[in-house]
Design a protein around this ligand. Structure first.
Ligand code: PLP
Length: 450
């Protein structure tokens, strides 16, 4: 499929065969060695929100690297870090008033979990040692984040190393979890009752926080919650004095059409994580956004968050992220996310709405997924051994399309799915091309099954 000859590599790549080498990028296009152009329909893993080669971001990185590449946060803050903090929480969105900069999503989740634990200590509630998260969630690959995650196959090899402080409740994935005859309000009430029951099982005064991806990303594919879900979950947390941590590493920073996905849910979190779209892939950066309540409790108590990494608030990364966020606002890209998101949804519905092997089309903004099923009526997943998702990935790549497929599970909890997260700058023609190439790839992959 890849016209270039196979190569060897000393890097421990994700697959047994080294991937082709990307040598360039412009707009929504990636260029591989040899010159072939690939339409970047998933921004890597929902990272490249401005696409590739944006001159303003490149200029900001250059300028910062020339001025001050790095200074340790044990001694100094930096101008780009302060400016980025002001940009993100200066107006205190949803009561989020402080920020902690790290280098990526998993680090942000680790920091968020530790921050929640420190908060309960600061307020004199040391018995709060438990975290409730959701099945079929992904919060990162470091051990704390993996403990929070509810992705069975990722957890399994490391199970002995994972923390028993985490338990998991059902995700709000209507396609699989909503029962026949159950309306949306009933579904939400049942999920809230399940969370309440989990608090009761653990002991309500032993729970530090409920952790959720506002719109579920990598594991189950663009899972939007039913209306009222987050208000109901927040109520349970508030009743028992637990924090709400929303992980927006993937769905945040504009991907769903508002800067924060929670803006569409009628709640705001006590602690929020962001990463991918924050720096748009130009530099590795993540952040924890912290509510006034949590910030003030720490300020009034021990005075500082007991955590740290060498590359906290890295000046060049902060300068890149500041440029990305400035472009996002000045070029009014959220409006394009909404418009192109609607076009993408419409295109997917037209192409796959009656497809016998597409069971669900879901998502919001430029964050959309299709779920593949062997049997639409029974919602049965394809045989996981067929690795349909990888076949789709290969067929799409052969057609010049990079998308983000994930595998189904043997227990039929969910089928293979393909996640799409194109850059916010995508044009109508590029959106249409994504749908066209994906349609061909899905049909070819299914036709190739034994
Ligand atoms: N949280 C969520 C919701 C994610 O989607 C991811 C990555 O996909 C992470 C955390 C981990 O981020 P990273 O891969 O940057 O460590």
């Amino acid at each position: 499929m890849n016209a270039l000859p196979p190569r060897t590599s000393r890097i421990m790549h994700r697959g047994a065969v080294p991937p082709p080498i990307a040598v360039g990028g412009h707009g929504v296009w990636l260029v591989e060695q040899g010159g072939r152009e690939i339409l970047d329909a998933s921004g890597g893993a929902a990272v490249s929100c401005l696409g590739h080669g944006h001159p303003r971001v490149i200029e900001a990185i250059k300028r910062q690297a020339e001025t001050l590449a790095y200074a340790h946060t044990g001694f100094f803050s930096s101008e780009p870090a302060e400016a980025l903090a002001e940009n993100l929480v200066g107006h205190e969105p949803g009561g989020l008033a402080a920020v902690y900069f790290v280098s990526g999503g998993s680090e942000a989740v680790e920091a968020a979990l530790k921050l929640a634990r420190q908060y309960v200590l600061e307020i004199g509630q040391p018995r709060r040692t438990h975290f409730i998260a959701r099945r079929q969630s992904y919060h990162g690959n470091t051990l704390g984040a993996l403990s929070a995650g509810g992705n069975a196959w990722r957890r399994e090899p490391y199970a002995p190393l994972l923390s028993p402080a985490f338990s998991h409740v059902s995700p709000p994935l209507a396609y699989h979890e909503q029962r026949p005859g159950e309306d949306e309000a009933g579904f939400v009430a049942r999920l809230a009752a399940e969370l309440e029951a989990e608090f009761q099982r653990l002991g309500p005064d032993t729970v530090a926080a409920f952790v959720a991806e506002t719109v579920g990303g990598a594991t189950a594919g663009c899972v939007t919650a039913p209306a009222g879900y987050y208000r109901a979950m927040r109520e349970v947390c508030d009743r028992h004095g637990a924090l709400l941590i929303l992980d927006e590493v993937m769905c945040g920073m504009g991907r769903t059409g508002t800067l924060h996905a929670w803006e569409q849910e009628g709640v705001s979190p006590d602690i929020q994580t962001v990463a991918k779209g924050l720096g748009g892939g130009y530099q590795p950066i993540g952040a924890v956004l912290v509510s006034r309540k949590v910030r003030d409790a720490i300020a009034a108590g021990t005075g500082a968050f007991q955590h740290g990494h060498t590359y906290l608030a890295h000046p060049t990364a902060c300068a890149a992220a500041l440029a990305v966020q400035t472009v996002l606002r000045e070029e009014n890209l959220l409006a394009n996310v909404v418009a192109m998101g609607e076009r993408l949804e419409q295109g997917l519905v037209e192409r796959f709405g009656n497809h016998r092997h597409v069971g669900d089309i879901r998502g919001r903004g430029l964050f959309r997924a299709i779920e593949l099923v062997a049997d639409r009526g029974g919602k049965a997943a394809f045989e996981p051994g067929h690795k349909l998702h990888l076949r789709i990935k290969q067929e799409a790549f052969a057609r010049g399309l990079a998308c983000y497929p994930s595998g189904g599970t043997a227990d039929g909890v969910r089928g293979d799915h393909v996640l799409l997260a194109p850059p916010f700058i995508a044009s109508p023609a590029e959106i249409d091309l994504i749908v066209e190439r994906l349609g061909e790839a899905v049909d070819a992959a299914i036709a190739s099954l034994p």
